[in-house]
Design a protein around this ligand. Structure first.
Ligand SMILES: Cc1cc2nc3c(=O)[nH]c(=O)nc-3n(C[C@H](O)[C@H](O)[C@H](O)COP(=O)(O)OP(=O)(O)OC[C@H]3O[C@@H](n4cnc5c(N)ncnc54)[C@H](O)[C@@H]3O)c2cc1C
Length: 402
């Protein structure tokens, strides 16, 4: 699914890149961290700094932690499995598995909880004034999101959102991309007694995949009594839950006790606009990369995930593939010598896209056709790849959950 989906539905914390008074460093070995540009004389390994602890960044940090001195810089202390976010609002127990402290999988690395604000030839500068020196840098800042800094607060937000949802008799979902469709379908299947309205400004749902998939999602939602309004929008600046009436661009009045905004989020690259990689950004703000996923013109800076200009859908499953290619390349480079010619290449991929429709069904976009119903639902909707994603991070080898 696309990476521009908003995980912020129903969570009303303001967007923030604020400087934290908390030093934000989880130190496994306090003596070995250097937050200045100078290299520590006793450092044995080269330093790999990863900016962004999402799907791609967390995997690369985990993969390299025994090959280098790995430092992960993320705005929050935890990694959140994005495809479980909508379900976590409807069923907060899911969030417990979907929100993972970085220190749970990064057992031999360091975590700095701050926003990166600049990159120089030698350092990443953070919002709290640190200079974090790197030999190799991987940028994986995905899409802009506003989430609480610590796991406990994130879990609390899901509980609050769920209480709000349970106590509302009518719900408005704004946005008919995959996030809005998944949320509306989850609410409709878990709370069939609620009146659910989905407003979408485009002519069809799920515009990023084939029209048949969008039509199948529309049929499914309507079969569950979700009121879907296409080609209409709701002015996000004037939405308020106080009076419970939302006027659409077509003048329709929708009564709803609460609303969830599920619209596109900007790419998380604006902080690099004045940095040394500014000339490697395209007009969409994406970082241009070469076939090895190195930022163009830079030998020691890689980029992965939603922010790169590789012509393919923005998907977490692809961000994971990018991470594996870059981890492989970095392992070669870290070994030393002139290994340039052996670097792996990344080839753009057409992947299967699945959008869940409640807990049992889903619609899948395959290369030449679409499929809907129980079978794709079995693959995605029941368990949301939680086990697989956690396993990639080396968690839950033996446990069975959900
Ligand atoms: C609700 C939802 C459902 C989805 N479902 C699917 C699905 O089913 N299948 C699929 O393949 N894809 C899905 N996607 C898309 C997928 O999540 C993204 O493509 C993927 O997360 C991109 O990974 P990434 O590593 O590039 O960035 P992200 O996972 O977005 O992570 C970016 C990280 O960078 C951090 N960050 C940002 N800026 C800074 C900064 N300046 N300094 C420090 N840290 C920073 C953020 O805090 C975040 O941790 C979904 C997305 C959402 C939102």
């Amino acid at each position: 699914m696309e990476g521009d989906r908003s995980p912020q539905c129903g969570l009303t914390t303001p967007r923030s890149t604020s400087v934290s008074s908390d030093p934000g460093v989880c130190l496994r070995d306090p003596s070995s961290i250097s937050s200045s540009s100078g290299r520590s004389g006793n450092q044995l390994w080269q330093r790999v700094v990863v900016v962004g602890g999402g799907i791609g960044g967390s995997l690369i940090a985990k993969s390299l932690q025994f090959n280098a001195d790995v430092i992960l810089i993320d705005q929050k202390e935890y990694f959140e499995i994005p495809w479980a976010t909508m379900r976590s609002m409807v069923d907060p127990a899911v969030a417990d598995k979907a929100i993972i402290n970085h220190t749970d999988y990064l057992i031999n690395g360091k975590v700095i909880t701050a926003s990166a604000v600049d990159i120089t030839d030698t350092d990443v500068i953070t919002s709290d004034g640190r200079q974090v020196a790197y030999d190799y840098l991987v940028v994986a800042t995905g899409h802009v999101a506003s989430s609480p800094k610590c796991r406990k607060d994130r879990l609390e937000k899901f509980k609050e959102a769920n209480i709000k949802m349970r106590t509302s008799s009518s719900v408005l979902v704004i946005g008919g991309g995959p996030t809005g469709v998944e949320l509306a379908s989850d609410i409709a299947s878990v709370y069939p007694e609620k009146k659910v309205t989905l407003v979408h400004n485009g002519p069809r749902l799920l515009g990023f995949i084939g029209h048949k998939a969008g039509n199948k999602a529309l049929d499914w939602l309507r079969s569950k009594n979700v009121d879907v309004l296409l080609e209409q929008s709701v002015d996000l600046d004037s939405v308020s839950e106080v009076d419970g009436i939302y006027i659409t661009s077509a003048g329709e009045a929708i009564a709803a006790d609460c609303h969830y905004v599920c619209v596109k989020r900007p790419l998380g690259t604006s902080w690099m606009r004045e940095s040394i990689v500014k000339d490697s950004m395209d007009k969409y703000g994406q970082l241009m990369v070469d076939e090895h996923l190195r930022v163009k013109g830079r030998n020691n800076i890689f980029a992965i995930g939603d922010i790169i200009d590789v012509p393919e859908r923005k998907q977490g499953v692809l961000a994971q593939r990018h991470a594996m290619v870059v981890a492989k390349n970095l392992k070669l480079l870290l070994k030393g010598g002139n290994k340039e010619i052996k670097l792996s290449k990344y080839r753009p991929t057409v992947s299967i896209t699945m959008v869940s429709l409640g807990k049992k069904d889903a619609v899948a976009q395959l290369p030449f056709t679409t499929m809907t119903g129980f079978l794709p639902g079995l693959i995605k909707s029941r368990e949301l790849f939680l086990r697989k994603t956690r396993k990639l991070l080396g968690l839950d080898h033996h446990s069975v959950f959900l």
